[in-house]
Design a protein around this ligand. Sequence first.
Ligand SMILES: C[C@@H](C(=O)O)C(=O)SCCNC(=O)CCNC(=O)[C@H](O)C(C)(C)COP(=O)(O)OP(=O)(O)OC[C@H]1O[C@@H](n2cnc3c(N)ncnc32)[C@H](O)[C@@H]1OP(=O)(O)O
Ligand SMILES: [Co+2]
Length: 133
Amino acid sequence: MKKVDHIGIAVKDIESALPYYIETLSLTLLGIEEVESQKVKVAFIDAGNIKLELLEPTNEDSPVAKFIEKRGEGIHHVAFGVTDIRSRMAELKEKGVRLLQDEPKPGAGGAQVAFMHPKSSYGVLYELCDKGE
Ligand SMILES: C[C@@H](C(=O)O)C(=O)SCCNC(=O)CCNC(=O)[C@H](O)C(C)(C)COP(=O)(O)OP(=O)(O)OC[C@H]1O[C@@H](n2cnc3c(N)ncnc32)[C@H](O)[C@@H]1OP(=O)(O)O
Ligand SMILES: [Co+2]
């Protein structure tokens, strides 16, 4: 794992959460995009050494919609920046980590992403995020 790339934060509505981050906390909005493969709209916020990724569900089957329904708004996942995601996935699988998919999926900003089940990661949903850098 190279470094933590971002922290995902589930919100019901990006538009209503943004002023808190931008005006109250004086952070900078980097961009907003929709990520169809994950059924979310995301807003990236520059928090200095890390990014915050606000996640708003785009429909009721979204993993983020389920999360909010069950656990409320709040910290949803931690994303490690990696290179060569397929090799990282193979290594983790070999070590007994339960991955949530066999193939990487398209994430935000053109990255390839994969997730590890929180049940094999001591209660934390971890993402692998490969931007090809
Ligand atoms: C755009 C992209 C990017 O950065 O580029 C993103 O981040 S997209 C970010 C959104 N995409 C994703 O999250 C994709 C990966 N996530 C998933 O596939 C799902 O959300 C799962 C993590 C498998 C959970 O779904 P499932 O339907 O199994 O829900 P469930 O409510 O039955 O959850 C099973 C158990 O995991 C726990 N659980 C669920 N979500 C959790 C989370 N975020 N952090 C920690 N624990 C979590 C539940 O409380 C439950 O524990 P108990 O049994 O003890 O109650
Ligand atoms: Co993420």
